[in-house]
Write a protein that binds this ligand. Structure first.
Ligand code: SF4
Length: 339
């Protein structure tokens, strides 16, 4: 699709947020797809609202209801299916150490900086997360920072959400100042999908602030398909990489989106062209409403065997599953070594 101005890095990213599609009819109209056959599924918006920024819609193929980017964001009737094993809190996250702070792994803590996202991915494992109960407020943030300062075993802070880049640059800079003042911290990791759906979020100001941090900055993107990395995003990411910010990607293995060796190979190649290393390929977290995206383990490991045969080892992401209560992600054993 030809971007109108959605892909323009100079448009204010908050304006892009404000004009995101929130109605399936409007999105399908924009893509030249007749909404009528799909309308019965649109009620799934009540389970999890729809939100799709225009720059992301501009990367979809017009007229194609099976477009792999559209499939990630369009509410469908399948979300109403109740499937055994698919639950509202697949990772046992709803009990946090403090509001806004999850201490799942010994050396890392996760700060839930923002409840909202720029895009609502239908397979999201946090689609039922009680963000309202985890919004710490000003006093709560002080407590979260005190908690990190009181735990010298923590060396890395992961900003998560929702999407942490929903916070403004000035708010992030204030948080970075506070984190940099905690001596035992070494790394600052930001998990975000926002630059993928609104590349203008990769502001020069944020890049410069991270580049001069005493903490090693890592930006972990969430890209599932090569079409999500257009030239505008790739150029911006190259600037971030040149600024010394480590760029990684994690994907989710999704039926109808990327459960195909050709697509996964193209994704890894495209990420590397943009200066990003593939890091994890996640098996779907079994969240209620997303069972239609599941790929079984036998097929997942067979796909990985094909990637290992076709790609250099550094372009093969690790196939993992997250299990609530485990001290790390659990790799799915392939019995093969990358070359
Ligand atoms: S951007 Fe991430 S947290 Fe937000 S809806 Fe998508 S998968 Fe979930």
């Amino acid at each position: 699709m030809i971007p109108l101005n959605g892909g323009d890095l100079h448009i204010n990213w908050q304006k892009e947020l404000a004009r995101a599609f929130t109605a399936p009819d409007a999105l399908l109209d924009y893509l030249g797809i007749d909404p009528e056959p799909w309308r019965p599924g649109f009620g799934a918006r009540r389970l999890f609202p729809m939100r799709v920024p225009r720059p992301f819609a501009d990367k979809m193929r017009p007229g194609d209801i099976h477009d792999p980017l559209l499939r990630q964001v369009l509410p469908l009737g399948e979300e109403f299916a109740e499937v055994p094993g698919f639950v509202t809190d697949p990772l046992d996250e709803h009990d946090s150490a403090l509001p806004g702070l999850l201490h799942k792994y010994r050396s890392r803590v996760l700060l839930v900086l923002r409840g909202g996202c720029a895009v609502n991915c239908r397979y999201c494992f946090r689609r039922h997360f009680p963000y309202a109960d985890n919004s710490p407020g000003r006093e709560g943030w002080r407590e979260a920072l005190d908690y990190i300062a009181a735990h010298p075993e923590i060396n890395e802070v992961i900003l998560s959400g929702g999407d942490p880049l929903m916070a403004k640059d000035e708010q992030l800079a204030t948080l970075f100042d506070a984190l940099e003042a905690i001596p035992h911290l070494r790394r600052l990791r930001i998990h975000s999908r926002l630059p993928v759906v609104i590349p203008a979020r990769l502001t020069a100001a944020l890049r410069a602030r991270l580049a001069r941090s005493r903490l090693q900055a890592v930006l972990v993107l969430h890209v599932n398909h090569a079409h999500e990395v257009d030239d505008i995003l790739a150029d911006a990411l190259q600037d971030w990489r040149r600024a010394g910010i480590t760029l990684l990607n994690q994907s989710v293995l999704l039926a109808g989106v990327n459960d195909d060796a050709d697509r996964l190979c193209r994704l890894s190649e495209r990420l590397f062209e943009a200066g990003v290393l593939p890091y994890y390929l996640h098996q779907l977290d079994q969240v209620q409403g997303a069972a239609h995206f599941a790929v079984d383990d036998a097929r997942a490991t067979a796909l990985m065997a094909q990637l290992l045969a076709r790609l250099p080892g550094f372009l093969v992401p690790r196939l993992v599953r997250e299990i609530g209560g485990e001290l790390s992600k659990t790799p799915l054993d392939l019995g093969l070594e990358p070359c």
